[in-house]
Design a binder for this molecule. Sequence first.
Ligand code: SRM
Ligand code: SF4
Length: 575
Amino acid sequence: MAVADASAEVPAKKLSRNEELKIAVPTLAGNIAATLSDGAAACFSADDEQFLKFHGIYQQDDRDKRKAGKQYIWMIRGRIPGGVLSSAHYLVYDRLATEFGNQTLRITSRQSFQFHGVVKSGLGPLMKQLNESMQDTVAACGDVNRNVMSPPAPARNAIHSQLLEDAKAVSLALMPKTSAYHSIWVEGIQLNLDAPENKDFVDPLYGRQYLPRKFKTAFAVQPLNDVDVLTNCLGFIAIEESGKLVGYNLTVGGGLGRSHGNEETYPRVADVIGFITPLQLIEVSRTVLMIHRDFGDRTNRKHARLKYVLEEKGAAWFRAELETRLGYTLGDAKPFTFEKQGDHFGWETAADGLDFLGLYVETGRVKDAGSLRLKSALKEIAEKFGPEFRLTPSQNLILANIKPADRVAITAVLAAHGIPVENQASAIRRASMACPSMPTCGLGLAESERYLPTLMTGIEGLLADIGLADEELIIRMTGCPNGCARPYMAEIGFVGKGPGRYQLYLGGNEGCTRLNRLYKDVVKDPEILPELRSLLTRFSKERAGAERFGDWAARVLWNETPAAAPAPAPAAPAA
Ligand code: SRM
Ligand code: SF4
């Protein structure tokens, strides 16, 4: 059966600048190595900035210091499928952040670590040493498949372990194959762009132009949607029968990024396309990615995500296209439910009898600040006890594989550094997330990571006043509409519009299966608490039983019936 011809449907519009760059330098090497070794060059060219992203690196400048002229710094993001690291690898991250970064590590909303504030002379050594430790940053950014997410909690049973292995396998199968990364960061050599093997390089999966835009993948085990699976381009929901993984429901076309004032951009929850067996996983992942490669919009980067292909062509079309390419029919999706998101905090015992500890990390920032010295505590714990480090999609941390006999000593190390293991934070703080925004993110319009903790103190006071002190609310904040802390799935989402000004979104649900909706287009800092006071007071009076705030908002403000799981796509018409 013939595969649909994407080119026949794409109008002959001008390709975006990034497409021209990829065509011109398909190895993605640019002039990076030459600029890196040129001590006189303060920064990389605008073109190389784009290539650097494919290597997991962003050129930034410290926005707090702009008045004194641009001071270039670099952000580096790891590729850590499922967010799992050994203590030895954690110690490498810790040391490199201390030697070359701003002394902090940032747990990301996709289970990775970011270094911030790396200066140019530190970029080469950091990247070389990270790679020599067998960690890498390949494809952590750029128009490729990004860090693959998988449930962070240690194995409840064999299914969780299998998911992590599958996440790693998909991450590997979707990696670009260019030799530029190794050549620049490990060997320190600038590729000869005119050599035929470089000039004519074509990636076996991505082709010469890679994807039209980023591509994101996650695995989930119901009923816990701790990876926000439906916000991913490609998602796998584990289906188990009698304690065994029989396969995955395949979800496609989720994504959150939007732009202010551009109605053609919007967040979208993925469609449930069908059911696949574990043996079909890699082929299906590669094929979904290739459909994005072939049908995504290469003329407009704001419209280039896979979600727009799904929205415009429909889930039934997608399923038919996928089945045609695969040469077989997908199973029909199995029923599934997501009841909760978020992390577990405190000590618990895993299925294998080993202990694990969930630690709340405020806005994901691992640092030493005053009497709270999380970074030093984690270093000491890694050196003395060697636990596994598991980064969560809610920007928290789990220390795993701990001998029960070490529990007390680890608790004592944390206590000595000001970190409690019980009552770590209020219910709303534990469920909150903020993106980095100022001062590193070049796209930030308002504060986020530096502001949310203060706002949470205000909201805690407010909830206590109203008699809702223990109420859990999922609150997420971002400094711009790109949605990096997934604010559009929150019960209360703040999205930066300008300095001190936020859009207010209400009505996400606990299982993160429902998008919230815009409630107010502009709320200024001083107006946020009064606005929330009036909403929460009304909620406390009108809620039905133990109804959550998000469900109340959807029911009362949006007149929506409680969210069901997204409906599966219909089977493809017979060929
Ligand atoms: Fe993001 C761009 C930070 C998860 C949607 N994101 C950025 C950049 C690189 C800014 C830039 O392009 O110059 C931010 C770097 C800030 C800094 O100083 O560190 C940035 N994104 C982050 C992180 C660190 C936020 C966090 O709080 O942890 C997350 C890194 C994840 C990782 O490890 O790979 C992060 N970004 C997300 C998510 C959430 C997710 O993937 O689950 C989203 C929404 C989901 C989605 O992709 O639709 C997200 N980031 C964006 C977008 C909007 C893309 C779009 O479709 O329009 C941008 C802007 C862009 O790509 O042009 C962006
Ligand atoms: Fe930057 Fe916007 Fe992402 Fe926040 S949401 S990190 S401000 S791109």
